[in-house]
Design a binder for this molecule. Structure first.
Ligand code: GLP
Length: 253
């Protein structure tokens, strides 16, 4: 696992957008695994800027998103489909037919999950999977558990996740209690993983991820087992990792 220490959120966004842009330039028909949440917003803003400057072309790119709230329609402003359309897809030249998000309207979880697995399986691989980090260590919506779940599944969200995500809703009561998420095996099958972590609210959990054992109780800890995982984190997020090297880049064994 390679950790890149950056000064702040702006630098983090720039570095992660540059990394994704480099992949698009080298492999114009790449498959991107994309994430929602507050952290990737700056990355998406910078990717849109690079597109408008004519430096990247999304016309052959495909995307597969990590997760979606169960029960929300694509045009619901709180759905992750809507988030992706607003914050990235509508601002670049990606073919909407090549963008995939789990279907939150599919009320039968088994069917929703098997359909999304079939979509993931259409791609030979995900070239780069972008991840944020949940306050309880979740990736996608893979919540802390006693085992890693391999493929797309329906999750009952933890209270902490509902509380954290309520900032995107008018009222906490509006936050759906369930979601469909890509599983850990599919995340780990990506050729490259990029996790971005910003802010002091993530400092304690990031320390557990970077310095603690690999355990499904801290889902992001599984990334230690990936052969090509980069974490970009800012000073605030790394403030509890006092045992780690202070260099701007370091490799964890
Ligand atoms: C949600 C998403 C995750 C994301 C997490 C952290 O729960 N399902 O994919 O990583 O939020 O979000 P933020 O970046 O806003 O802290």
């Amino acid at each position: 696992m390679r950790v890149i220490r950056v000064s702040d959120y702006e630098e983090l966004s720039l570095r992660s957008a540059d990394l994704i842009a480099s992949l698009i330039i080298l492999k114009p028909d790449c498959v991107l695994g994309l994430a929602t949440g507050g952290t990737p917003l700056g990355t998406y803003r910078d990717l849109i800027r690079l597109y408008r400057e004519g430096r990247i072309d999304f016309s052959q790119v495909s995307s597969v998103n990590l997760d979606e709230y169960r029960g929300l329609k694509p045009d619901d402003p709180h759905s992750y489909r809507y988030f992706m359309d607003q914050n990235l897809f509508q601002n670049i030249n990606i073919d909407p037919a090549h963008t995939f998000v789990p279907d939150g309207c599919e009320s039968d979880p088994a069917s929703a999950c098997s359909k999304y697995d079939a979509i993931i399986d259409r791609f030979p691989l995900i070239d780069l999977q972008l991840l944020g980090l949940g306050g309880d260590g979740h990736i996608g919506f893979n919540e802390p558990s006693d085992c890693f779940i391999r493929r797309t599944h329906c999750v009952t969200l933890k209270e902490e996740t509902i509380r954290a995500n309520s900032r995107f809703f008018q009222d906490k009561a509006e936050v759906p209690h369930q979601a469909y998420t890509m599983g850990i095996a599919d995340i780990m099958k990506a050729s490259r993983i990029l996790m971005i972590v910003s802010g002091s609210s993530k400092a304690a959990i990031l320390r557990q991820v970077l310095e603690g054992p690999v355990t499904p109780a801290v889902p992001a800890s599984v990334l230690h087992l990936h052969r090509n995982c980069t974490v970009i984190a800012d000073e605030d997020a790394l403030q509890c990792c006092d045992r780690l090297c202070k260099d701007s880049q370091f490799i964890l064994p």
